[in-house]
Design a protein around this ligand. Structure first.
Ligand SMILES: [Zn+2]
Length: 287
């Protein structure tokens, strides 16, 4: 184990670029160029990690503008996104740093139980020590990067022998997008689909839009070979999972009274309600 990032290939010319237990970015290469789907937290330089596995020119696409997806934008000349990317505030970063420290404080006990009983931890998910200069990440923070070139639903990005189709998938945020790799069927899902709690609790979240977006992804499942997600220990899922998430959101928007809901806390420490399903859960606003 060394460094902040863990990279491994998951499909032909597709790499997981994990900041284990925090966020996954994804690198996808064609013949002529590559796209880095999100740039992570920005607590350590992501570009050298990417260039170590890919010699092609790399442009960035942000799945949305949350701080854990845009932190390394300043290391790249070209960024594209569905909307504007605003620099996260120091308060937002300080809040997330508290969460990173909370995770590290919890992980020793978790590692011990996992090694004895569960065997789920891997290099994809086992959190790494924070960089020595982590306080600089809070203040002044990483450079915000170039103004994004605007994307629209249906745009096709040509990497040479491989294209990525932009799918506008609002719900988690108004600017959320997914990318579908038309050559090998990898769906880069951003925060629209995750295998831990799916975050739908923030004021900018839109549950009916979320249900429409996850329903749209489920309808594309036959064209998907692998779902590449942004968070939690399982970075990839089988296409069948798209249906399970869509059914969960459908049950929420139709007011299914049999949905189990419990109290939980999100990574900002805020109280939320968690709707629990067999395959996933969804964070909803408290109260
Ligand atoms: Zn997000």
């Amino acid at each position: 184990m060394s460094g902040w990032f863990h990279l491994r290939p998951v499909a032909p010319d597709v790499w997981l670029v994990a900041e284990p237990s925090h966020v996954n970015s994804w690198l996808v290469a064609g013949r002529d160029r590559a796209v880095l789907v999100d740039t992570g937290l920005g607590v350590a330089p992501i570009r050298p990690a990417v260039e170590a596995v890919c010699p092609l020119p790399v442009d960035v696409v942000n799945t949305h503008a949350h701080l854990d997806h845009v932190g390394g934008n300043g290391e790249f000349a070209r960024v594209a996104a569905f909307g504007a990317v605003e620099r996260p505030s120091a308060a937002e970063r300080a809040s997330y740093l508290g969460w990173m420290r909370e995770v590290l404080a919890a992980v020793a006990a978790y590692r011990e139980l996992d090694a004895r009983y569960f065997h789920l931890l891997s290099a994809d998910s086992d959190p790494r020590p924070l960089p020595d200069d982590i306080e600089r990440w809070v203040e002044p923070g990483p450079p915000p990067g170039p103004d994004p070139e605007p994307l629209a639903d249906g745009d096709v990005l040509d990497l040479g022998g491989r294209t990525l189709t932009v799918l506008h998938t609002p719900g988690h945020s108004p600017d959320s997008l997914c990318l579908l790799d038309d050559r090998d069927g990898v769906l880069f899902a951003g925060d629209t689909v995750n295998t831990g709690p799916i975050y739908a609790q923030a004021p900018e979240c839109d549950l009916p839009a979320f249900a429409a977006s996850t329903g749209r992804l489920a309808a594309l499942a036959d064209d998907v070979s692998l779902v590449a997600m942004s968070h939690f220990g399982r970075g990839v899922a089988e296409p069948r999972y798209l249906h399970e998430v869509a059914v969960a959101f459908d049950r929420l928007v139709t007011g299914d009274p049999t949905v189990q809901v419990r109290a939980a806390r999100d990574c900002d420490g805020d109280e939320v309600r968690e709707a629990v399903f067999d395959a996933c859960s969804v964070f909803l606003p408290a109260g």
